[in-house]
Write a protein that binds this ligand. Structure first.
Ligand code: SF4
Length: 419
């Protein structure tokens, strides 16, 4: 792809050259590249949500935001010249608040600027409101290949207690419509909800599985800082009940033919989420949109970027050619932990060679951590392959913490692993 012939082209090319300068890392090859597009509005802010989502007060600036996204993409192009995009994920927020025509225009504009792999997975997140459901078919026609529906529960009481705007009947109707319109789709469920017992969870799960979802994502409700629930905490199931719930989830999904391929993700053969797999495998992703995060590799460095978070500021800055609010090169000492944060979430583990390829570091940088993890029964090492054990999944943060950089002189040591 040639650089855009616009006045900003020269500084952008200079910025790209800056990232290509020599450095201490030696990446064998650049990893696969994905594109994430963030649409930051929702009908109402859920009390547990710490995502960059803002209540739509009836003035969704569909057109201006679309223009800002394209300006953002144009600014980023020199950083990914010549690379093909494997997957696109339109997330939020609630992307299904955007009209099918807006999504169609967005995808056409992306295709005109970035080479997409033939048959690239293109996911759109949707909420199960009636208004959104009526749009599913049109999203498919616009080129979306995979729908991810934020159901969370099929129980009216639970949905109310977690502040969702849809009810159980809408959730069922949305799932039926998704199954009609898409060959592959995801259903999001949450567990350990306020007032939820083991039987309630089992009922929710059975309802979800009755739709034969190709992919199921299951999240443990946690109280995050800066949310309504953080200051008004509901009564949640205790840890033992939550752990029993996870056991029920794993048993019933397995019996239904869904494989737990990642800590929170279950899929039928051929229906894993390619986009998220690329994250977990330390692939690259260009993130555009308000507050979007990105990770881009160059032969001698790994760059992380964040866009302006507040939608109004983001639009203004993106249209002025400055969508990135901050960025940094990942320090050499932090790469092992950053790699393991994703890779150890995968049931099948990873090849050590891939660690070297994606981080530009020698395998020796993680061998002590891997051996320690193996000694504690958290991981199995076989030749060039590392795979977390069931115990490793249960104590995932302890396993990941084995790869934290040692504290710099004078710095406090991070909390040690418990396992
Ligand atoms: S719909 Fe999703 S993104 Fe929006 S506020 Fe609720 S949890 Fe957050």
């Amino acid at each position: 792809m040639t650089p855009p012939a616009d006045p900003a082209g020269a500084p952008r090319a200079a910025a790209a050259a800056h990232y290509l300068r020599p450095g201490t890392l030696q990446l064998g090859a650049l990893p696969p590249l994905s594109l994430y597009v963030h649409l930051p509005w929702c009908l109402k802010k859920c009390p547990y949500c710490d995502f960059n989502s803002h209540e739509d007060r009836g003035g969704l600036p569909e057109q201006r935001y679309g223009e800002a996204l394209l300006a953002d993409l144009e600014t980023a192009l020199p950083l990914v010249w010549g690379r093909r995009v494997q997957t696109v994920f339109i997330g939020g927020g609630t992307p299904s608040l955007f009209s099918p025509a807006a999504i169609d225009a967005l995808l056409a504009a992306i295709r005109a600027r970035l080479p997409l792999e033939p048959g690239a997975e293109i996911t759109l997140e949707a909420n199960p409101g009636t208004f959104e459901r009526d749009r599913f078919k049109a999203y498919r026609e616009a080129g979306v290949t995979r729908l991810s529906i934020g159901v969370q529960s099929f129980d009216d009481g639970a949905l109310q207690r977690i502040g969702r705007v849809h009810d159980a009947a809408q959730a069922r109707a949305a799932v039926e419509e998704a199954a009609r319109c898409f060959e592959t789709w995801n259903l999001d469920l949450m567990y350990a909800l306020p007032g939820q017992g083991l039987d309630d969870l089992a009922r929710d799960l059975d309802t979800a599985l009755s739709f034969r979802p190709p992919h199921l994502s299951v999240y443990h409700l946690t109280l995050e800082p800066n949310t309504y629930f953080a200051t008004h905490p509901p009564v949640l199931p205790d840890d033992d009940t939550a752990s029993d719930m996870l056991d029920v989830l794993c048993e019933r999904t397995a019996a239904a033919g869904l494989q737990r391929y990642e800590v929170s993700a279950f899929a039928r053969p051929g229906h894993r989420c390619g986009h998220n797999l690329n994250y977990w495998q330390f692939g690259d992703y260009l993130g555009i949109g308000a507050g979007a995060h990105g990770k881009l590799s160059f032969p001698h460095r790994v760059l992380r970027q964040v866009r302006w978070r507040e939608p109004g500021t983001y639009m203004q800055q993106a249209l002025a050619g400055t969508p990135v609010s901050n960025e940094h090169e990942v320090a050499r000492r932090d790469l092992p932990f950053e790699y393991m944060l994703g890779a150890l979430r995968l049931r099948e583990g990873f090849d050590l060679q891939r660690f070297a390829e994606r981080t530009g570091l020698p395998v020796s940088a993680v061998l002590p951590g891997l051996q320690q993890a193996e000694g504690r029964g958290l991981l199995v090492l076989q030749g060039d392959h590392a795979q977390p054990t069931a115990r490793g999944f249960d104590f995932l943060s302890d396993l990941q913490a084995l790869f934290l950089a040692p504290p710099a002189p004078g710095q406090a040591r991070p909390p040690g692993p418990r396992a």
